[in-house]
Ligand binder design. Sequence first.
Ligand code: FAD
Ligand code: SF4
Length: 458
Amino acid sequence: MVIVERQRTIEQDPEVRAKNFEEVSKGFDEKTMLIEAARCLNCKTAPCKKGCPVGVNIPEFIMELQKNNPLKANEIIKKTNSLPAVCGRVCPQEVQCEKYCVRKAKLGGSVAIGALERYAADAGLKSQEKVQPPKERKNIKVAVVGSGPSGLSCAGELAMNGAQVTVFEAFHQAGGVLVYGIPEFRLPKDIVQKEIDKLKELGVEFKLNTVIGKTFYVEELLKEYDFVFIGSGAGLPMFMKIKGESLNGVCSANEFLTRANLMKAYLPDSVTPIQRAKISVVVGGGNVAMDAARTALRLGAEKVYVVYRRSRQEMPAREDEIIHAEEEGIEFMLLTNPVEILGKDKVEGIRCIKMQLGEPDQSGRRRPIPIEGSEFDLKCDQVIMSIGTSPNPLIKNSTKGLETTKWGTIVVDENNETSIENVYAGGDSVTGAATVIMAMGAGRNAAKAMLKKAEENK
Ligand code: FAD
Ligand code: SF4
């Protein structure tokens, strides 16, 4: 039997793409899509489906692609996933659906479910078809706080079911991390905008530049709306609390990426200032660290290091992103941790210590332990901290009765309802920094619970 190997998507050459902000992966062309779709065995038990946090009917949509029906495939995906063009690009499929694909071990590799999803979703976005708002409008008013994936999917599910939805967003642009965090070269912003436009066609209203907890309080929203959904994310960056962290040239990955992405500082005519470093050090090992490092490189850095305290195996970033960063010339300093940032006013270097792995900690990953006397200095003029984020305490501090954990995340029940009746929450504000699809799943779960409650209270 001839085994057809997993097809590769078209990608920009690493040397070329390291100097531009255009999308790295161009996805499948029609011919490759058809070869890849034909690899799906349409398994009766569909183990892949169990690995999808929102339960997309994977074999069913791939079957439509086998018949070269991308629009039909997109329709099937859209039944459970309101942002497929985003998920097809950024979901960690290798640890979700693709991990369970029966072809993974011996049949040429898992079916490239993510890239096929992207193909179908892009066809959907390109089609001129307008989304039809539901004929029957329900007398349910919902305020959604935050326009990231959790808020957008919550708003989409509610609007599709006839509810009247208003999204309140602190920034001047909707999309949450999808617009301010994840760079253009991984997720083009016009794709996010098209998804938002589709929600507007469904009747969702967006109120931008509106900070809940400052402009309005949750209590005020509850007077005007039947339900409130809090999807305010986890955008507060953490720092290491080491000497030298207040020097000029140290910033959080969130600030750096927000300047570059949301404020378009990478464009030559942008008025947003951003440091274009010569030697940049990014501290951390997640997707955010990879995005910051690759952005620093594209902004002109001659050398970019990623300093991470564990080994490559424990890096939380997606495998693809790590490989892309390596191909572009980013140097990984693994089992290494900063102890001090050096310089008088500006960053001149970073002092690090070598680490070794001990017993597993609470996260199940082996605990990194410093190796005494192994300190060394690295010359650099920029340090970008990417060691994690937590929810901004504004909503917690301004909403009486809202139960939160010691980490500042909002406590919810299985329906995503908080300690305040009719106030729901989901996404990173509940779980801490997680993934797009988890946030979307939570938003959808909350929307369904609100619709059910409204029906019961009729
Ligand atoms: P967010 O996306 O953070 O959106 C929250 C929104 O609420 C923001 O727009 C914020 O401005 C707004 N807001 C906050 N407070 C208020 C307020 N008081 N009033 C009004 N509005 C408010 N996940 C993946 O699956 N794959 C990836 O490749 C990936 N890469 C990432 C790269 C980066 C740089 C970052 C930062 C995250 C990445 N993630 C990735 C994680 C993923 O983006 C998040 O888990 C997801 O966006 C969380 O969605 P959310 O809706 O909970 O919050
Ligand atoms: Fe297709 Fe793999 Fe899912 Fe089987 S497990 S239905 S081969 S994608």
